[in-house]
Every structure is written in structure tokens, then in C-alpha cells.
Design a protein around this ligand. Structure first.
Ligand SMILES: Cc1cc2nc3c(=O)[nH]c(=O)nc-3n(C[C@H](O)[C@H](O)[C@H](O)COP(=O)(O)O)c2cc1C
Length: 359
């Protein structure tokens, strides 16, 4: 090999090395990959480069790592979870309204040995009476407990049983770690106030930041819950990131509990630029169906629908039920507060127009 050739080869090697270094430098700047949220990637940089640990909330930091590994954030809230126990179903809608208003996660405490109707016939020395009178009673919880590590705020809902929280709430608080978290108790009752029921929970989790407990009457509406939530002055992120969907049928706004799934997330994206208006058609005497205009992610399973169900059919059509049908659907949500007669009056009389928009 002559000197000229050797020089040329060395020059090529140096150039190649320089190109590799340049490419490596670009990689460190996280180029936007298909499907990557560029804003989140750039948001990540300052937090990552901080040397001192910053009081960044868990939720703020979540999307950073989760965007990097390509998975959805576990929660879009300010790390809020609603935990509740509801034996006869009055506390449950309150919990669901909070979940929906704040786009929070939700966990229902269920008893390992379920409470039968006889167990809750109070003032008959029933199981609930005896447990409430027994300071050491700690009824077991069914299934797995929630992992609370991603939450800053825990709403804790229960019915008033003899002026207090049911003992299964005590079991819960002794089984999880809510240290440093804001815990906001709420309850439903026939007539009793929250009384000492919330304060008596403090000693079970002394390191939590307890807020005052609030009692709601049976049948409290979603609007009343929304007003209460606004009055709590929760961190802005909690309220700001709540992006629930609004559904109107012929101009009437309905109270909907939306599913927390990919289909509803896609529906939210679809409505981000403006409301989605769909001309529906009655079908089969049990539903209204209409085209979304594009396909959404679907996870169809055979479902026997009930009045009030909102389903995705064939990936690109939305169905509102006022009766029942069995078919493969992906659940999108459920219309609350209207019984079958009211739903049939709304959906069973010819074509309707629906509008879906972000709240
Ligand atoms: C064992 C037991 C004790 C109760 N004690 C009271 C009480 O002291 N004061 C009251 O107003 N309601 C009392 N109630 C009624 C419940 O608080 C009320 O029905 C509540 O909304 C039930 O909530 P849930 O449907 O979510 O279980 C009691 C109910 C049971 C089963």
C-alpha cells in the first residue's frame, strides 16, 4: 500500500469516527419517534438534569418515564385515587362522581366474607352491629389491596355505621401506607352527620395529611360533588388534567361514567379539536346507533347490554342502549341517573343527534 492510499484510508477512518460521534450526540437529544409526545420529551429534560431532588409530584414525573418506554401513564390525574366501601350502593355513586370529575383511579373495598342483608340489619345484633361495637374487629378485605405509591391524594369513602366508619375501613388503613398523602374522608348516611367518624380514623394513619370529613345525603348529585371538589382547593394539576367527556342527546346533557380504556382515550383525542356530532338511528327497539367517522381502538367481548350502556360497535360506531342486546362490543361508558323508562323516552322515539365534547 503506498503512502497516498494509507493517508486516504486514515482520513476515511477519522471521518467515520466523527460521524458516529455526531450521531451519538443527536441520540442524546431524544429525537421524536413516531407516536412520541415531543412536548413530554422536552419537559423531561429539566427534571432529569436537576441535581437536587425536586418536589416534583409523582404524577408530573410519571409521563416522562412512561413515554420513554412507550406505555400509557397509569393515571392522568395528580395522583388521585378514590377508595371506598359501599354495602348498599349509596356511597358508590359518590365515589364514581369523584373519579369522573378528577379523572382519578378507583378502588372498591370489598369484604372477604361479604355482608349479607341479615348482616346489616342494624339494631338486631347483626354482624355489623357487633363489629361496630367491638374495638378489635377488623373484617378481612377481599382480593388485593391497591398499590398507593403513585398517589398523592386518597379520597376515602364509607357509609356511616352507628355514627362511625365501618370497621373494614380500619382494616384498610392498617393494611396500607398513606403516610405523607392527603386523605380526604367522605361518607353517606341516612341522617347522621360525619361526626367523629373521620377523626377517629386519624390514629390509624397518623402520618397522613388528613382533611376534614364530609357527609353526603343519599342521592347527592354529581354537580353537588363537583362543587364540593372545587371547594377543596386541590392542587391545580388535579382539576386541570381532568378531561372528562360530555355527552348530550338532542341537547340534553347526560351524566356519564366513562370507561378508563384506550377507546375512550381515543374518543377524547378525537374531540380535542371540537365536539363530535353524530346523527344516530334507532335500531331493534333497544338502541340508537351512529357512525363515529373513524375507527377507535377496540377490545370487543360478548356483552349483554343494559339500558344506559354506551358501547363501541365494530370499532367505528357508537351505540346508546335503552334496552338489552347480546353482541361483541367494547364498553365506552354508562349513562347514570336515568332509569329504563327515562332512557326509552329519550332514545326510543326516532332518530336523535348526539354531541360528544370535552368538558
Ligand atoms: C350497620 C349499619 C349502621 C348504620 N348506622 C347509621 C347511623 O348511625 N346513622 C345514619 O344516618 N345511618 C346509618 N346507617 C345507614 C347508612 O349509613 C346509609 O344507608 C348509607 O348511605 C349506606 O351506604 P352504602 O349504601 O354505601 O353502604 C347504618 C347502616 C347500617 C347497615
Amino acid at each position: 500500500m503506498n503512502l497516498g492510499n494509507r493517508c486516504f484510508k486514515v482520513l476515511c477512518l477519522v471521518l467515520a469516527a466523527l460521524m458516529i460521534l455526531a450521531l451519538a450526540g443527536c441520540g442524546a437529544q431524544k429525537p421524536a419517534e413516531p407516536g412520541t409526545d415531543v412536548e413530554l420529551a422536552s419537559d423531561a429534560s429539566p427534571a432529569e438534569s436537576q441535581t437536587e431532588p425536586q418536589p416534583v409530584s409523582q404524577t408530573e414525573s410519571q409521563p416522562v418515564s412512561q413515554t420513554e418506554n412507550g406505555t400509557e401513564p397509569q393515571t392522568e390525574t395528580g395522583g388521585v385515587i378514590v377508595v371506598y366501601f359501599s354495602r348498599t350502593g349509596h356511597t358508590k355513586p359518590l365515589a364514581e362522581y369523584i373519579k369522573e370529575e378528577l379523572n382519578a383511579d378507583i378502588y372498591e373495598i370489598e369484604a372477604k366474607v361479604p355482608y349479607t342483608d341479615d348482616d346489616i340489619k342494624y339494631y338486631t345484633d347483626c354482624r355489623a352491629d357487633r363489629e361496630q361495637a367491638d374495638p378489635s374487629a377488623r373484617p378481612e378485605i377481599a382480593g388485593e389491596l391497591p398499590d398507593l405509591s403513585n398517589y398523592d391524594t386518597v379520597f376515602l369513602g364509607y357509609p356511616i355505621w352507628h355514627g362511625q366508619a365501618p370497621k373494614i375501613i380500619y382494616t384498610f388503613l392498617e393494611s396500607v401506607d398513606v403516610s405523607g398523602k392527603t386523605v380526604i374522608p367522605f361518607c353517606s348516611s341516612a341522617s347522621s352527620p360525619v361526626g367523629s367518624s373521620a377523626e377517629n380514623l386519624h390514629s390509624l394513619a397518623p402520618n397522613a395529611a388528613w382533611r376534614d370529613g364530609t357527609r353526603f345525603a343519599i342521592g347527592t348529585t354529581r354537580d353537588e360533588i363537583a362543587d364540593w371538589l372545587s371547594s377543596l382547593g386541590l392542587p391545580e394539576i388535579t382539576q386541570k388534567e381532568a378531561s372528562a367527556l360530555k355527552l348530550t342527546v338532542d341537547g340534553t346533557e347526560l351524566n356519564v361514567l366513562w370507561e378508563d380504556n384506550e377507546s375512550v382515550a381515543a374518543l377524547k383525542e378525537l374531540t380535542a379539536d371540537g365536539p363530535l356530532i353524530i346523527q344516530m338511528s334507532p335500531y331493534g327497539g333497544f338502541e340508537q346507533v351512529g357512525p363515529i367517522g373513524q375507527s377507535l381502538p377496540r377490545d370487543d367481548t360478548q356483552i349483554t347490554t343494559e339500558a344506559g350502556d354506551i358501547m363501541l360497535y365494530s370499532g367505528d360506531q357508537i351505540v346508546l342502549f335503552h334496552g338489552s342486546n347480546r353482541w361483541a362490543y367494547t364498553r365506552l361508558g354508562k349513562i347514570l341517573d336515568l332509569d329504563q323508562a327515562a332512557l326509552t323516552a329519550l332514545l326510543g322515539n326516532g332518530a336523535v343527534t348526539i354531541m360528544i365534547s370535552l368538558t
